[in-house]
Design a protein around this ligand. Structure first.
Ligand code: ADP
Ligand code: MG
Length: 239
């Protein structure tokens, strides 16, 4: 028996007979700018599920605990049920997106070191940037958990940067979500995909063609589904 638990913008969560296990169904729906822009990307559900599966399996081999259990259908994944920490943990290697607007640093600038940012996961508030003091005041995570989240995000960044660069993709920035299991362990949750990462193609210098992620949808650059398909091909390739 499965029951719909939650329908989000990109995925639907279902319960299973085991309270410790959930099913996530990846949708073709795409949203941007806090769901003000809506659309569909052909085969996105299957592509993102396959990419996320491969990346979770890869990160597990590198010692990162994740919620991933198994891929159970082309667009469906079995995961450990966790209590999501309501923070979007963003790691940036290169200036892009909202970071450019906030800092005035030119898009494409290599940052001197990877930057970890926290955003409060709250659509009604537009996912605002939070400092560690905001996180403590609202009791979203303990100080120890904040340190752990930062450390895990930095290590994941090292592994993913290498993984993607081996496949001629530059990992510009990405968003992670974490949750706690019954024992209080922090697991990497949600998804890692072209919806949640900025990926630039190293095999072209054309600034438009380089973009291989959801920015193609956000900025109406065209060939959105083709870019997602190509990321899948590269992710699945043995370098
Ligand atoms: P949203 O519109 O909130 O971004 P999504 O469409 O991405 O939602 O659906 C996934 C939802 O499920 C998110 O709110 C995410 O935090 C949550 N989630 C992801 N993994 C897990 C998990 N293992 N256990 C419980 N909730 C999860
Ligand atoms: Mg989401």
């Amino acid at each position: 028996m499965t029951q719909k638990l939650y329908e989000g913008k990109a995925k639907i969560l279902y319960t299973t007979d085991n309270p410790e296990i959930l099913l996530t169904h990846f949708k073709d729906d795409a949203t941007a700018f806090n769901a003000q822009k809506k659309g569909q990307i052909t085969r996105k559900g299957e592509i993102n599920c396959a990419i996320a599966t491969h990346l979770f399996e890869f990160l597990e081999t590198q010692g990162i605990p994740t919620h991933f259990i198994a891929q159970t259908a082309p667009n469906q994944m079995q995961v450990a049920a966790v209590t999501i920490i309501p923070l979007e943990v963003v790691v940036r290697n290169i200036a892009a997106g909202s970071f450019v607007k906030r800092t005035g640093i030119t898009s494409g600038t290599l940052l001197r070191y990877p930057l970890v940012e926290f955003f409060y996961k709250n659509d009604d508030l537009g996912d605002p940037l939070f400092t560690e003091d905001h996180i403590q005041l609202l009791e979203l995570a303990t100080p120890t958990q904040v340190i752990q989240l930062k450390q895990m995000a930095m290590i994941i960044n090292q592994h993913l940067q290498k993984f993607f660069s081996d496949r001629h993709l530059t990992l510009v920035d990405f968003k992670l979500e974490f949750g706690t299991d019954q024992s209080g362990n922090i697991l990497l949750a949600d998804e890692i995909s072209p919806d949640t990462c900025r990926l630039w193609d190293d095999l072209t210098t054309d600034p438009n063609q380089k973009i291989m992620d959801k920015d193609r949808f956000r900025q109406d650059l065209g060939n959105v589904a083709d870019a997602y398909e190509e990321v899948l091909v590269r992710v699945m390739s043995q370098k």
